[in-house]
Ligand binder design. Structure first.
Ligand code: 2NL
Length: 345
């Protein structure tokens, strides 16, 4: 019996030693120490022993059982520790790795120049006014001194929806609507940015849809000098303090007198080059003193009030500012083009 116990001890300890995981270790515990195990069996056979042998054998059984239990517990602690270690390793995070970059987009170049111009005019006390892109003939033409049959209506080919409804060809109708709201009382100081539409064939310098910013000031004693000073501030702010401006006489049905403004060419400094076509000057916008008939139709007394207005093509400004040679780049959404206008500036 003693031999059998010693054998069991060796056998069990070796198996415990070799157990690879917690499950097999538990199987060993059940197999050797469980109710149906060999040690319990030995205990049961103790009844057959003599009174002298019984305590001796009892002590040995307890010793063997204690030793196996102890080794199982040690092994269990070891395997548990190993399992934790393994899990920690698999969940290890290298906090020194660089993060995945969050791709930040950027504003469209047209949005950028428009916001820049808005900021400038807001700083000079103007308000921003908006209005419908689908307009009535009256606000787009009639109220701007372009009655039906006027030859100047042919100057702008128009997308008509019905005989009386059209896609606005400029943002002037917003200005007319704003003047009406003022009910003949100044001052009015607004800029109107927005989409406008013309029946044009698209090419490098024409687009059937483009962005315009118009400005309008109506008050007592507004003169051409105010227009010139305002446009000079605009030109130097947007294109640089080193730029000169000049006004040339022009014609628009809604202003009298009318002017066009040029800025000095930065590429050649006035010498003449391909950008300014040899003149040293680049045309950037049109404007003038609001025609008295336009003031009158919008409810202002032209004997008391005068005003100036101007119209700027946002694409033209962006092309000059950023050196873009084809207006279609603004609308074809080539990401390589658009990404060149990201944060750094
Ligand atoms: C251009 C020229 C211009 C205006 C727009 C205007 C508006 C009202 C009254 C009088 Cl309500 N004038 N706007 C005046 C002169 C020129 O635009 O070449 N734009 C791209």
């Amino acid at each position: 019996m003693e031999e059998r116990l010693k054998e069991l001890r060796l056998e069990a300890l070796e198996k415990v030693e070799q157990a690879a995981d917690l499950k097999s270790l538990n199987d060993i515990r059940v197999a050797y120490l469980g109710k149906k195990g060999p040690i319990t069996e030995v205990l049961r056979g103790m009844g057959k022993l003599s009174a002298e042998e019984r305590p001796k054998m009892g002590a040995l059984v307890n010793e063997v059982r204690a030793e196996i239990t102890e080794q199982i517990e040690k092994k269990q602690a070891l395997l548990e520790e190993e399992a934790v270690q393994k899990q920690l390793e698999s969940e290890n995070i290298d906090v020194t790795l660089p993060g995945r970059p969050v791709r930040v987009g950027n504003h469209h170049p047209l949005t950028k120049v428009i916001e820049e111009m808005e900021d400038l005019f807001i700083g000079m006390g103007y308000q921003i006014a908006e209005g419908p892109e689908v307009e009535q003939d009256y606000y787009n033409f009639e109220a701007l001194n372009l009655p039906k049959g006027h030859p100047a209506r042919d100057m702008q080919d128009t997308f008509y929806i019905t005989e009386e409804i059209l896609m606005r060809t400029h943002t002037s109708p917003v200005q007319v609507r704003t003047m009406e709201k003022h009910k003949g009382k100044g001052p009015v100081r607004i800029i109107c940015p927005g989409k406008v539409y013309r029946r044009d064939n698209d090419d490098a310098t024409h687009s059937h849809q483009f962005m315009q910013i118009e400005g309008l000031v109506v008050d007592e004693n507004i003169s051409m000098a105010d227009l010139k000073g305002t446009l000079e501030v605009f030109a130097k702010n947007i294109f640089g303090e080193d730029r000169e401006i000049r006004l040339r006489p022009s014609f628009f049905p809604f202003t009298e007198p009318s002017v066009e403004m040029d800025i000095s060419c930065k590429i050649c400094g006035g010498e003449g080059c391909h950008v300014c076509k040899g003149t040293g000057w680049i045309e950037v916008l049109g404007g003038g003193m609001v025609h008295p008939r336009v003031l009158k139709m919008a409810g202002f007394d032209p004997e008391i009030y005068t005003g100036f207005a101007f119209g700027i093509g946002a694409e033209r400004i962006a092309m000059l500012k950023y050196g873009v040679d084809d207006i279609r780049h603004f609308y074809t959404n080539d990401i390589r083009f658009l990404q060149q206008f990201s944060v750094q500036e």
